[in-house]
Design a protein. Structure first.
Ligand code: NAP
Ligand code: ZN
Length: 348
């Protein structure tokens, strides 16, 4: 099947319209007509080869919502006409310790990333959601709730699960004092989800102009981190900090804001390594950890949670032609709070 896409032809080149071939639907496959595809900052890091593992041409996009058009003979999870979602992975070995425990993101053979990766044959390149259609094995297809706006559901497939998973793992609960660093795509979902879990959420941001939005999203407090006493005033305040920042910044400053035994979880992935002082962790037995997306079972749990709580992303819907401009605007922090591409416009 030929499908129209937007692809980065090489690192640091603008994305341009192109056509790729999708495989025929096998017995365990689901074909999806994509409706919306979110723009994650990881798409920008990868299309510009900032993480140094770029495979080109690259069709980014791992926040995918669409409608099922064809299913293989063995498929039972979805049927033709159903809504379906695809996130950051499209396959894994299914058999290793981590796959068996529903943590396919840590598949011992290496999962098949939705793009900038290969299928499990380690030969066939994968192409992501900036595309009219996609074909994915059933195991990696998510059931999409019908009560939420679809353009706003797409970002849940990465920004949603990437923030839900560490909040769950680190026991965010009613009354938890949670700090969220960086109000972008991930950050705004972290605020909404933590607030829906009953936490007392504080937004830690470099952008004063986002203060009002942070409160609307569910934050109880806003701290402008460029204020000179921001860190001393908030020393020892949080049980949990979710750090979503995409660029170099000082982790030590935020570690000071944890209470003893508190934890700071890095989900933002600045390309450059950062310095951590041992003393930032020693005083107060603090924990610094990372978190990578989430497994398929947990992604479904997150979608069901968002459906029950009636939460989804705040999106600006754009057409395919606006992707390059959307990248520039994301880099400038000029997005409230996720771009969602109307996938019908790939055909134009
Ligand atoms: P985004 O929408 O661009 O948001 C990033 C936010 O970080 C910005 O809105 C800004 O918030 C803050 N920020 C940016 N530059 C900064 C700087 N120089 N200093 C301080 N703060 C700065 O990006 P996103 O899509 O949410 O992604 C965030 C990061 O998470 C990216 O690195 C992405 O690759 C990574 N990611 C990781 C996973 C995972 O599995 N761990 C999954 C998806 C994405 P303020 O204006 O509020 O300061
Ligand atoms: Zn992402």
């Amino acid at each position: 099947m030929q499908t129209k896409v937007y692809a980065a032809p090489a690192a640091k080149q603008p994305l341009a319209p192109s056509t790729i071939e999708r495989r025929d639907v096998g017995p365990n496959d689901v074909a999806i007509d994509i409706l919306f595809s979110g723009i994650c900052h990881s798409d920008i890091h990868q299309a510009r080869d900032e993480w140094g593992a770029g495979r080109f041409p690259m069709v980014p996009g791992h926040e995918i919502v669409g409608r099922v058009t064809k299913v293989g003979a063995n498929v039972t999870k979805v049927t033709i006409g159903d809504l379906a979602g695809v996130g950051c992975m499209v396959d894994s070995c299914g058999d290793c310790t981590y796959c068996r425990e529903d943590h396919e993101q840590f598949c011992e053979k290496g999962n098949a990333g939705t793009y900038n990766a290969t299928e499990m044959d380690r030969k066939t390149p994968t192409y992501g959601g900036y595309s009219q259609q996609i074909v994915v094995v059933e195991r990696f297809v998510l059931k999409v709730p019908t009560n939420l706006e679809l353009a706003a559901v797409a970002p849940l497939l990465c920004a949603g699960i990437t923030t839900y998973s560490p909040l769950k793992q680190w026991q965010c609960r009613p009354g938890s004092k949670v700090g969220v660093v960086g109000l972008g795509g991930l950050g705004h979902m972290a605020v909404k989800i933590a607030a829906a879990m009953g936490a007392e959420v504080t937004m830690l941001s470099t952008s004063q102009k986002k203060a009002e939005d942070a409160k609307k999203l569910g934050a109880h407090d806003f701290v402008l981190t460029s204020d000179k006493d921001a860190f001393s005033k908030n020393k020892g305040r949080f049980d949990l900090i979710i750090d979503t920042v995409s660029a170099a910044h000082d982790y030590n400053a935020f570690l000071r804001c944890l209470r003893p035994y508190g934890a700071m979880i890095c989900v933002g992935a600045p390309p450059e390594p950062q310095q951590i002082s041992a003393f930032s962790l020693i005083g107060g037995n603090k924990r610094l950890a990372g978190s990578m997306i989430g497994g398929i079972r947990e992604t479904q749990e997150m979608l069901d949670f968002c459906s029950a709580k009636n939460i989804a992303a705040e999106v600006e819907v754009i057409s395919a032609k606006q992707i390059n401009e959307a990248y520039e605007r994301t880099l400038k922090g000029d997005v409230r709070y996720r771009f969602s591409i109307d996938a019908r416009t790939f055909a134009e």
